[in-house]
Design a protein around this ligand. Structure first.
Ligand code: ZN
Length: 163
């Protein structure tokens, strides 16, 4: 899934929760958005990979795309790293939890792709496909475009309700 689809789907799903719990702030929205694109840091050609240069190349070389960064172990690692980062910069630590919301949403979204995600790496490399290999999209193909358009429409509708 491409970064814009990850952002659209994640925000469309997170928006009602943020609004109903009174958590809709620039910080939470940014943290969720960063989490939603972050796991693809293991792909040097991705949106986030393009912006992290050597770091992304290193991760891709060691772990491969949809490797450890797309696993619960990777999520836990980057959760701890984000807490360290936020506390060092004296920013609200709670943003790390929103970062994780986006991160896990990314993994759920990738799990609906044809190839799925190996959630339990490095223990198991078995890729899990959430649609039982019957319901899936293919990255960059029409199915993904349809998902993107539905998510954008849903998100725009939710934003229109705010005003
Ligand atoms: Zn991904």
């Amino acid at each position: 899934m491409r970064y814009h689809t990850h952002l659209a789907v994640t925000y469309a799903a997170a928006m009602p929760v943020l609004v109903s719990t009174g958590q809709l702030t620039a910080g939470t929205v940014l943290a969720i958005g960063l989490g939603a694109v972050f796991p693809d840091i293991d792909h040097p050609k991705s949106f986030i990979g393009n912006r992290t240069g050597g770091v992304s190349n290193g991760i891709a070389m060691v772990f491969g795309h949809r490797g450890l960064a797309h696993s619960l172990a990777g999520a836990a690692f980057f959760f701890m790293l984000s807490r360290l980062f936020l506390s060092t910069l004296h920013l609200p630590i709670v943003w790390s939890e929103y970062f994780m919301v986006g991160y896990i949403a990314h993994m759920v979204e990738d799990s609906f792709s044809k190839t799925g995600v190996a959630w339990f790496q490095p223990i198991s490399h078995k890729r899990i496909q959430f649609g039982f290999r019957k319901l899936y999209y293919t990255t960059g193909k029409l199915t993904e475009t349809i998902i993107f358009l539905i998510a954008v429409f849903g998100l725009m509708y939710q934003i229109s309700l705010l005003f």
